[in-house]
Design a protein around this ligand. Structure first.
Ligand code: FAD
Length: 234
């Protein structure tokens, strides 16, 4: 992505959505540069679509200028998945309408920014009967290791990195996998080549490519580089 392309994309997104929904100030970009991991990276622009048409317009502009797009909900993810590696942070929080709740078929249609608590309240108002599993990793067979550490202490962080390596190595050796629930994102990405063989990774890449031929959607996440080289947004 060239800075000229990014500049032009920002200009077009501003013209399409208006200045209230498009933020470029450094403070705003910092506010959307992180999730619940310790990692962060600033987007070039933060965009808050209100409608499906807004999303379509942003995606068309991004595609035309080959600019990557990083969707984001509340940014509470624990895998770095919502961290924008430059490009557009597409924040879905203003698309937060519950479109339909059908208690008979136990079906709901919601916009992507609906908060779980709001949905739960609406469902309860509809007397929608659901069984909620509130907690319990012992039962579902995954470990939820939390490492308590001081990020300002480089020596401690070095030991934390070693511990993380050891945890994943042990999990894979015992037939486990990298994530029980939170996903791969950035920090677990380097372990993907250990967890999966080359044909499986090829199949995953082929699936991603079918939906995202220009590698514009959340590039740099989940799938490891091929032969050490990052896939380029073409
Ligand atoms: C204290 C704490 C406890 C947690 N407990 C749990 C738990 O018990 N179980 C659990 O599963 N998780 C848990 N999490 C992790 C996290 O909160 C949840 O996974 C949450 O659902 C993430 O939602 P979000 O909107 O914040 O996603 P984000 O962090 O904003 O995004 C997560 C990923 O989804 C992508 N994304 C977001 N919106 C869209 C969209 N509209 N279209 C396409 N892609 C999109 C992002 O690019 C990113 O890759 C916990 C987190 C914290 C901080």
């Amino acid at each position: 992505m060239s800075s000229a392309a990014m500049h032009e994309a920002i200009r077009e997104v501003l013209a399409a959505l208006g200045p209230d929904l498009v933020l470029t100030d450094e403070a705003d970009r910092i506010s959307y540069s992180y999730d619940a991991t310790h990692l962060s990276h600033r987007p070039d622009v933060v965009v808050f679509p209100r409608t499906t048409e807004h999303v379509q317009k942003v995606m068309a502009i991004a595609r035309r200028h080959r600019v990557p797009v990083f969707p984001r909900g509340s940014g509470t993810g624990l895998s770095g998945g919502a961290i924008p590696l430059g490009g557009i942070a597409l924040v879905m929080t203003r698309m937060n309408r519950i479109l339909e709740i059908d208690p008979r078929d136990m079906l709901a249609r919601v916009q992507p920014g609906v908060l779980t608590a709001d949905f739960k309240r609406a469902v309860e108002a509809e007397r929608f009967q659901v069984t909620l599993v509130v907690f319990g990793h012992a039962g579902d067979g995954n470990f939820h290791p939390d490492l308590i550490c001081d990020e300002r202490d480089p020596e401690e962080m070095r030991r934390v990195a070693q511990a993380i390596d050891a945890i994943f190595e042990a999990a894979l050796r015992h037939g486990g996998t990298l994530s029980g629930e939170h996903g791969i994102g950035l920090p677990k990405r380097p372990y993907m080549t250990t967890a999966f063989d080359a044909p499986t990774l090829r199949a995953m890449r082929a699936l991603k490519q079918a939906f995202d031929p220009d590698n514009l959607l959340n590039p740099g996440k989940l799938l490891p580089p091929v032969d050490g080289a990052e896939e380029r947004s073409a």
